[in-house]
Structure formats: structure tokens, C-alpha cells
Design a protein around this ligand. Sequence first.
Ligand code: HMG
Ligand code: MG
Length: 302
Amino acid sequence: MDFPKKVTIVEVGPRDGLQNEKEFVPTATKIELVNRLVDAGAPKIEAASFVSPKWVPQMADAAEVMQGIERKSGVVYAALTPNVRGLEGALANGADEVVIFGAASEAFSQKNINCSIAESIERFVDVARLAKEAGVLLRASISTSFGCPYQGEVPIESVLDVVKRMQDLGCDEIDIADTIGVGTAAQVYEVMSRVTDIVAKEKIAGHFHDTYGQALANIVASLQAGISIYHSSVAGLGGCPYAKGATGNVATEDVLYMLHGMGIETGMDLDKTVQIGQWISDQIGRQNASRVGRALIAKCAA
Ligand code: HMG
Ligand code: MG
């Protein structure tokens, strides 16, 4: 099988992983998490989210986090920006990449960003223009690309339609996201193959939540479709505040173990990532959701 030789991991733990935590995670812990993940080799990291604190209180300290992290040259520090206000915050605080986020399902768009898909694209026009003027990278995330908690099935045509609109906005990268982790491998291969018919595969990322335990299989299916950028969250942290029951992203440790085992380079250090996963799980009082993390820690303790 002809898999990509090298994969870029986008570490989303500090943002997607923590955004759903009920207890406020101290800013210093968020900063340490970002710094440690970068030290473990993460080339791109979602460090913060400039969204409304009324909607996602956990991300209210986005500016402080962005100001507090140590910058390592070559690393892309990304932030979510749902509107111009968010973009201004991200730019003022040194984001290298800004992320607009829409959905392939109308119902999820309403719940997550309080507007229709068409309205969201209109809102993103200015965000995209200002991002380009500022010279930062522009990424788009498309939620519910494999299924929606409110609508159920999402037709591929809806995903392709939003992909085209995001492409027209000039996005450098587009994430095809399984918000609630319901996709299965053949479906994922089909969606990724159709998406890469219209956008260069180097610009497409797979963002898989692991709610149904399908994420690693879905990454293999995406690798088969030529996708070489994957999002993951250390210790499998996370969920989505607007997708009830959704669990975290696929754990970074699990993805690294699988890819390294397949001879695919990531530039990340698995052992360091395992330590970080246990540390952050302890900090927020959660069980470490990475199978690989738990196995390696148990092996070391034996
Ligand atoms: P709205 O209520 O329709 O808009 O929210 P609004 O303009 O009326 O704003 C409401 C209040 O928020 C106002 O304050 C604004 O000033 C303030 P008030 O006047 O009531 O005091 N506000 C802001 N404050 C700080 N930063 C901002 C900002 N914008 C407005 N940028 C809005 C619309 C888009 C703002 C809201 O719906 C929102 O913030 N949604 C974000 C939801 C979210 O963060 N979801 C999780 C991230 S997406 C995700 O996890 C999926 C992903 O991982 C992929 C996948 O897995 O699918 C990416
Ligand atoms: Mg997500």
C-alpha cells in the first residue's frame, strides 16, 4: 500500500481538548501544555480559541495563553476565529494561523456558531480577507462531515459544497472533521477521495474524534486517500460543547504509535508525548484516554 512517508500532526489538545472542560483549567497549565507539546515536536498546535466567552467560557483566557507561551521558530501556533472580533484578537496576540470553522450540516452550524451555513460563509469573507492582508495562514474546519448529532446523515454533496466555498475564501488548509466520531473507514475513504478531486490533497487534513472507536481506522482510510495532515489531542482530551456525548479527538499517542509502526515519520517524540498525556490527565483529574499512553505507562511501572 502506498502511504505518505511523512505526516504532519496538528496537536489540538490545548483547544479542542480543553474547551469542553467544566472546571476552568488554569492559564498557567494551558501554557505549560502548549510548551511541552512543542518540546515533544508538535509542528503545529491549536493553542487557543478567540470565541465568545459566553459560548465557551474555558477559552476566555485565549489572549493570556497566546502571550504566555514560549515561541519556537518554525512551529505554527493556531487559534480559532469565528468572526472579525476573534480574528483581531488572534492577530493582536501573535497567531501564525487562524481557523474559521463551519459545518456541513445546517443544524450543527446553528448550534455551534448561531447562524446558517450561508451566513457563516458571509461572515468568513472579512475574516479571510483580513487574515490574508495580515499574512497569516488561513485554515477552515468543516464540522459534521461524516454525520451530525442533530441531522444524522450528511450527504457528501453538502461537504463538497462547503469545501468549495472555503476554497473560494482562499483557505490554505481545510479540515474535514468527524465532530462526533461516527464515520467508518469506507465512508471516510469515499469522502476524502471526493474532496481531493476538487482540492489538492496536501491541503486537506483529517480531524477525527474517537467517540465510536473508529478514528485510527479512519486515519488509515484517509492515508489510503493520500491525506497527510491529521489532528489529534494528547491523552485523547476533549469533546465538543455543541455535540452532546462527543468524546475527545483521537489521542496523539495512539496516532504516533500507529504511524511510527507503519514507518511513517511525524517528527514527534512518542515517549515525551506519553508523559505529557499523563501529566495533563492528572492536572484536570481525568483518566488518560490514550490506550497507548496507558499501556506504555503500565509497562514502565511493571
Ligand atoms: P452570537 O451570540 O450569535 O453573536 O455568537 P454575537 O455577535 O451576538 O455575540 C454574543 C456575545 O459574544 C457578545 O457579547 C459579543 O460581543 C461576544 P455581549 O454583547 O452579549 O456582551 N463576542 C465575542 N467575544 C469574544 N470573542 C469573540 C466574540 N464574538 C462575539 N470572537 C459566535 C456567535 C460565533 C461569536 C458564537 O456562536 C461563538 O463564539 N461560537 C463558538 C462556538 C465554539 O467555540 N465551538 C467550539 C469550537 S468548534 C469545534 O470544536 C469543532 C472543531 O473541533 C471541528 C470538529 O470537531 O468538528 C473545530
Ligand atoms: Mg473537534
